[in-house]
Ligand binder design. Structure first.
Ligand code: ATP
Length: 311
């Protein structure tokens, strides 16, 4: 008798996102450093008869049809493992959507991990990563989480030492979303002349680019240095388009954040602190400086795991 599973699906922030070239598949060659945070959706899976997939989400802007990434993850698993049954997926949405926090990717990762458990498949982490990569570039990272270097489209992962002593204040205007494809397309239009053009040049950019100092700081688990080497190429296209995002970044800086950066394609901006009390103070200062009910401010801690089984 199969039973229900409840999983925690953490959001991610990008400590670094560097665009180094184009790929034949139309995506970009990236160097990213990804970090899981404690802010998480709760995803519940219940077995259903036949091959039905049902999806419920308590957030009105999240589609509950086949376009939901969690639905697509369930369909992929059914295609790979026919006859295992259907599933009802319930998503308790805590991660802001269209935010650069990989909320949809986290939900899809939770479905992959949850169905592996529900169907008793015993998949390895590498097998889960392979299925995850078919669904989206950030999904392999969401499966395993923690701190990781991500190359290629973001699916080639190397785990890095944990940075679980840092706190992040996340700030996003609820009414503002950035479409990830728009951000990358605009970047290509403006900056493609700087792309590495051949395998040697790409390798040189991977070894000698902006990640060098950050990776050194992470290897020493130096929570003061890590925030000094945050980097995100997509800020170059998103910040000029959305001055209110730049403003949040400037405010975090003026409040003495250890570091501040936009996450992924934005528009979420995070400010880092080395204690919960400093993070909470920064959140209060931001709230006071920008008393706009549309601005969502969340205090969260770095976390060292991806999808976690709650029950
Ligand atoms: P990323 O950092 O990977 O670009 P994001 O945080 O910018 O992700 P998401 O919140 O994952 O963006 O989703 C963006 C869009 O995808 C939403 O506007 C929504 O229509 C659609 N979507 C599909 N599935 C989901 C899901 N499970 N949760 C949230 N959005 C989803």
């Amino acid at each position: 008798m199969m039973h229900a599973y409840t999983l925690k699906a953490p959001a991610k922030i990008n400590l670094l996102l560097e665009i180094i070239g184009d790929r034949p598949d139309g995506f970009h060659e990236l160097v990213m450093v990804m970090q899981s945070v404690n802010l998480a959706d709760i995803v519940e899976l219940q077995p259903l008869s036949g091959d039905r997939i049902e999806l419920f989400c308590n957030h009105p802007q999240v589609p509950c049809d086949q376009s939901n990434l969690a639905h697509r993850a369930a369909r992929l698993m059914q295609e790979q493992f026919p006859g295992k049954g259907g599933v009802a997926i319930t998503i308790d949405k805590k991660i802001p959507i269209g935010a650069g926090l990989a909320g949809g990717s986290a939900d899809a990762a939770a479905v992959l991990v949850g169905l592996d458990l529900m169907w008793g498949l015993g998949l390895t982490q590498a097998e889960l990563h392979t299925y995850a990569a078919k669904l989206g570039s950030d999904i392999p990272f969401c499966v395993s989480g923690g701190t990781a270097l991500a190359l290629g489209r973001g699916e080639e992962l190397t785990p890095l030492p944990d940075l679980d002593q840092l706190y992040a204040v996340l700030a996003k205007y609820r009414s503002l979303s950035v479409a990830t494809p728009w951000a990358y397309k605009t970047y290509r239009q403006q900056f493609s002349e700087s792309y590495a053009r051949d395998p040697e040049a790409l390798e040189k950019r991977r070894r000698e680019g902006h990640s060098v100092e950050l990776l050194a700081a992470i290897s020493h688990r130096d929570s003061q240095k890590v925030p000094q080497y945050l980097y995100n190429d997509l800020e170059k296209v998103v910040l000029p388009e959305h001055p209110q995002v730049q403003e949040i970044r400037d405010l975090f800086q003026s409040f003495g954040a250890l570091g501040t950066m936009m996450s992924g394609s934005g528009p979420t901006v995070f400010g880092l602190a080395d204690s919960r009390s400093k993070a909470e103070l920064m959140a209060t200062q931001l709230q006071t400086a920008l008393p706009d009910p549309d601005l969502e401010i969340l205090v969260t801690k770095f976390c060292s795991s991806g999808i976690q089984l709650l029950s």
